[in-house]
Ligand binder design. Structure first.
Ligand code: MG
Length: 361
């Protein structure tokens, strides 16, 4: 039985942040979301990625022609066909983000055609998907950080992450003061995590990392650029805290290059080839004895994270946690520090009517 894809539609939304935000190496005042809906057999699947509006053009111009008429149940075959179509464009970065959004929509569509929750299609290894609170922007003052931490505590999060590496590592004194402030706010039992977004030099990362160890920090994300796998590997050898990276992984080859350099592999379902790519990369991590952590996009991660035997947690990133319920109905809530994948068909989410307010094309 073949159920051909009959239509592929994109939309672009822009959600302003409440105030300008920054991490160690980038600042922003809005989050752009590119959504895709795929139709087949009188059902519709929904996917999205956090990317440039240009991802919508890639989907419409380069992926939709490959998909239209393809059997909607054959998601892996569609993935291969889309990936081949990107050969001359480059299959990573923007292209991978576009492909990821479509792959997510295809899996959602397949589960809806089969009238199954996506979690059951992938396999329900975990009944609950633990999340950690993530935000702590370098632009925050003390009161803003305190308010955010209180929100994470109210949701039952026992692990929380802030941004450090402010202004490309030029304010390490303030970085460390903010980590100490997080400890005061979060309490002695909380697992403290930091993300430098590649803002430090190798020597800085080693020196800051030693102090983070003294402060009891358990997770040091992108102490240096994740392009520098050699330095990540060296840091992994000298620091007690876990060294983490992987948010820019676009495929299994990218993941393989990072495996020996991290203690926990991060994977972003909106960048690494969708659910298909995420499961492939998670299997690579498992083969190396590593856990995986879902990067951003918490609602989209819920069904696939529940299927990963070596799952540590999913990032409940402030910007995405705020906008996902505005973008889609059916976003799983965080209760007692976890999302519980439900029994609705597909991933359970559909476009929210109110989202039109933020649509820009
Ligand atoms: Mg990060």
């Amino acid at each position: 039985m073949t159920i051909p894809v009959t239509a592929v539609r994109t939309a672009v939304y822009r959600f302003p942040t409440p105030t300008p935000e920054a991490d160690g190496t980038l600042s922003w005042d809005a989050t752009t979301v590119v959504t895709v809906e795929v139709d087949a057999g009188e059902r519709t699947g929904l996917g999205w990625t956090y990317s440039s509006p240009a991802a919508a053009a890639v989907i419409a111009d380069d992926l939709a022609p490959v998909l239209t008429g393809h059997d909607a149940v054959d998601v892996t075959g569609a993935w291969q066909a889309m990936h081949r179509a990107g050969r001359n464009l480059g299959t990573r970065g923007l292209f991978a983000q576009a492909l990821s959004a479509v792959d997510i929509a295809l899996w959602d569509l397949k589960a809806r055609l089969l009238e199954l929750p996506l979690t059951d299609l992938f396999g329900r290894v975990h009944d609950r998907v633990p999340v950690y609170g993530s935000g702590g922007f370098t632009t925050f003052d003390d009161a803003e950080l305190a308010e955010q931490v209180a929100g994470w505590q109210a949701a039952g999060c026992t692990a929380m992450k802030i941004k450090i590496g402010e202004s490309w590592g030029s304010r390490t004194g303030r970085d460390l003061e903010r980590v100490s402030r997080l400890r005061e706010l979060a309490g002695d039992d909380a697992e403290l995590m930091v993300d430098a977004n590649g803002g430090y030099s190798p020597g800085q990362a080693r020196r800051v990392g030693r102090i983070l160890d003294e402060l009891g920090v358990v997770w040091f994300e992108e102490p240096v650029s994740s392009d520098d796998a050699d330095t990540l590997h060296l840091l992994r050898g000298v620091l007690r805290c876990d060294v983490a990276a992987g948010e820019y992984v676009a495929d299994d080859r990218d993941a393989a290059r990072l495996i020996s350099s991290v203690d926990c592999l991060q994977l972003d379902v909106t960048r690494c080839g969708g659910y298909t790519g995420w499961l492939r990369c998670a299997a690579l991590a498992a083969a190396a004895g590593l856990e995986v952590s879902g990067h951003c996009a918490p609602a989209l991660h819920a069904p696939v994270a529940a299927a990963a035997p070596r799952l540590r947690h999913v990032e409940w990133f402030a910007d995405h946690a705020r906008l996902e319920p505005l973008l889609a109905d059916g976003v799983p809530p965080v209760v007692d520090g976890a999302m519980v994948p439900g029994n609705a068909v597909g991933h359970g989410m559909t476009p929210a009517a109110g989202a039109q307010r933020w649509r820009i094309r």
